[in-house]
Design a protein around this ligand. Structure first.
Ligand code: DX5
Ligand code: ZN
Length: 219
């Protein structure tokens, strides 16, 4: 089975970052989800390139870089590391979507497109075949620890149907508020990768939680 859980480092204890990453290194996580925020596209600032570079050096998991910044094309180069698996940009953050996705691809990195909870699937239909990963935000981007937005289920069903109809291999990622109350249903409805921050890092045993979530994808 391919592990399908991406712990979001935004919920880690930054004072113990190395320890937290070493823990994830030993887990069955698929990747490490890295949330970069600029305080303009979202009402919060997280961390920037120097921290992500450090993460890339201490992580033996590939990095799933989620850019919540305006005009992301300007910063793609800064997040290209040996273990960058994908760079995901927001549909709402730029008018150079195609150019930015092509630029990411030119770096031999998987491209991702994320949409906010209020953005409809119809709006991004033409991009589905052009990206490797489609990320449905299930919280309004900006903060960890928020409640899962229920209409994500409807959007997920709609997107899965479209991917199947078009016979594509685009992966569906769900990001925000993922925990034991929704993970199983999300896998069942066709999610490929679940991002989870608070539920994993604030638990007593993060590795056990990652294993638990991974196992939910089997049935
Ligand atoms: C929200 C971020 C998410 C967040 C997930 O803006 O993109 O990746 O860190 O954390 P939880 O699982 O706590 O919602
Ligand atoms: Zn994220």
């Amino acid at each position: 089975m391919i592990p399908k859980v991406a712990p979001s480092v935004l919920s880690a204890d930054f004072g113990e970052l190395n320890k937290e990453i070493q823990l994830i290194n030993k887990s069955s996580a698929y990747s490490i989800h890295v949330d970069v925020m600029d305080g303009v596209f979202v009402p919060n600032i997280s961390f920037g390139q120097p921290i992500v570079k450090t993460l890339s050096l201490i992580s033996n998991k590939p990095l799933d870089v989620h850019l919540m910044i305006v005009d992301p094309i300007k910063f793609i180069d800064e997040f290209v590391f040996d273990n960058t698996l994908n760079i995901t940009i927001h549909y709402e953050s730029t008018n150079k979507i195609e150019e930015t996705l092509d630029y990411i691809k030119s770096k031999n990195i998987k491209s991702g497109l994320a949409i906010k909870p209020n953005t409809e699937i119809d709006e991004i239909e033409s991009y589905i075949q052009k990206v490797d990963i489609l990320c449905l935000m299930s919280v309004n981007p900006g903060f960890s620890g928020q409640n899962f937005i229920e209409n994500t289920y409807t959007k997920l069903k709609q997107l899965r149907k479209l991917i199947e109809k078009k016979k594509l291999s685009t992966l569906i990622q769900i990001d925000g508020g993922v925990n034991n109350t929704n993970a199983k249903k999300l896998f069942k409805l066709g999610a490929d990768i679940l991002v989870s921050g608070n539920y994993i890092f604030k638990s007593a045993n993060p590795n056990k939680v990652i294993e638990y979530l991974n196992n939910l994808s089997r049935n």
